[in-house]
Design a protein around this ligand. Structure first.
Ligand SMILES: Cc1ncc(COP(=O)(O)O)c(C=O)c1O
Length: 396
């Protein structure tokens, strides 16, 4: 029998998707499942983007350049200029989603056993990408009690070893909704400069910032132009998750030159999706204003409904569209399975993502879930009510 690689065996399951077979069984049993587990927004994709692929003039669906079409990258640079980020098209590689951008970044800057410091809880697939790249995640723990604020800078410095190559942050954060302040970004900039590290910022939720707070990108810190690598994506910004378009952005020329070799190996990002994504850059501001209003009222509803449940603790997100909730259960994993298998109200139940998979420290977050507020308010209210009633009868 041929054997599977150690790496393959170590690859973690996605906590967001691992309960899918239980959800499928629930559908077969005739239940409606409210999906709070996955960041797939129910928001409509901008019409300009959809129209561009309905009426294109292509005769051949050919490859594009490995770094993405030049016309598209020039427009992406214009988008960044409007957002006070001074990068040019040569500083951008178009990738197959932010996911591929992360893999290219890891592959370009780290070797086997190198270390990357990440505040946890973090986007669960960072664990998967790190395993695939054979690198070690060193977590800095942020806590629900502190609303997931960045730990003191000394905590980062304590963890730096000769193997440390990078610090990775997600801003605004998935799964916490935490938004880094300008001061925090400046402190991180000081550390990476002092210790000669890369600072990778996953800014795929940059547009989703609430309550009048200001977003500050690592790319605005000119002093770390050589250290900074930004990950971006059209998936959430334009509700175009299925387009599979993201970008890798950096002013560090040798990094971009290296990442381009990874991009060449996979030939090209998807051509039709680049056409849609280029058109999406012309989405009117009114679209975003409407979307942000929707997310703010969804967040407010979700948090106030969750706070009414006995024993539930929740941190209020300032951005993105997720929150972590602590439940009065021992194992959120078992609870999430039980919800799909055994519990319903009038044939309706809820799917949530157990949060332990968003940590790399074993045993942390076992009683937490991640909730994505990607459903309309009525559905959110019904879903939280199901959680509330379920917690009344659930026995660990
Ligand atoms: C924080 C974060 N980064 C990256 C991604 C990857 O997104 P995509 O590959 O769709 O661009 C996601 C998707 O949910 C995410 O939440």
């Amino acid at each position: 029998m041929p054997t599977i690689s150690k790496k393959g065996q170590l690859m973690p399951e996605s906590p967001i998707r691992k309960l899918v077979p239980y959800a499928e069984q629930a559908y077969k049993d005739g239940k409606t499942v409210y999906h709070l587990n996955i960041g797939q927004p129910d928001i409509k994709t901008p019409e300009v983007a959809l129209d561009a692929v309905k009426v294109h003039s292509l005769d051949i669906l050919a490859y594009t350049r490995s770094e993405g079409s030049e016309a598209y990258r020039k427009k992406i640079a214009e988008y960044y200029h409007k957002n006070n980020i001074q990068v040019e098209h040569d500083d951008i590689i178009v990738t197959t989603g932010g996911s591929e951008a992360l893999l290219f970044a890891f592959g370009s800057i780290m070797d086997s056993d190198d270390e990357i410091i990440i505040p946890e809880p973090f986007y669960a697939n960072y664990n998967g990408f790190s395993t695939a790249s054979d690198i070690k995640v060193v977590p800095v723990i942020s806590k629900i009690e502190d609303n997931f604020a960045l730990p003191a800078i000394e905590e980062f410095e304590k963890l730096i070893t000769p193997k440390t190559k990078a610090i990775l942050i997600c801003n605004p954060g998935n799964p916490t909704g935490y938004l880094y302040s300008k001061e925090e970004i400046k402190k991180l900039a000081q550390i990476v400069k002092k210790h000669d590290l890369f600072l990778i910022a996953d800014e795929v939720y940059r547009e989703f910032v609430y309550d009048g707070n200001e977003f500050y990108s690592i790319m605005q810190e000119e002093s770390i132009a050589e250290n900074a690598i930004m990950i971006d994506s059209v998936s959430k910004r334009y509700s175009m998750c299925g387009a599979r378009i993201g970008y890798l952005v950096s002013k560090n020329k040798s990094f971009i030159k290296t990442a381009l070799k990874f991009a060449q190996a996979r030939l090209s990002p998807p051509t039709l999706a680049q056409i849609a994504s280029e058109a999406a850059l012309s989405t009117p501001q009114s679209y975003f204003d409407g979307v942000i209003n929707d997310y703010v009222s969804r967040r407010n509803t979700l948090i106030s409904e969750l706070e009414k449940i006995d024993g539930v603790k929740v941190a209020k997100p300032k951005g993105a569209f997720y929150c972590i909730a602590e439940l009065p259960v021992k194992s959120a994993d078992n609870f999430a399975k039980w919800l799909l298998e055994k519990f319903d109200i009038n044939k309706e139940t809820v799917m949530v993502a157990p949060a332990a998979g968003f940590y790399s420290t074993p045993g942390v977050g076992l009683n937490q879930i991640r909730i994505a507020y990607v459903l309309n308010e009525n559905s959110l209210i019904k879903a939280v009510n199901i959680l509330k009633e379920a917690l009344k009868v659930y026995k660990d």
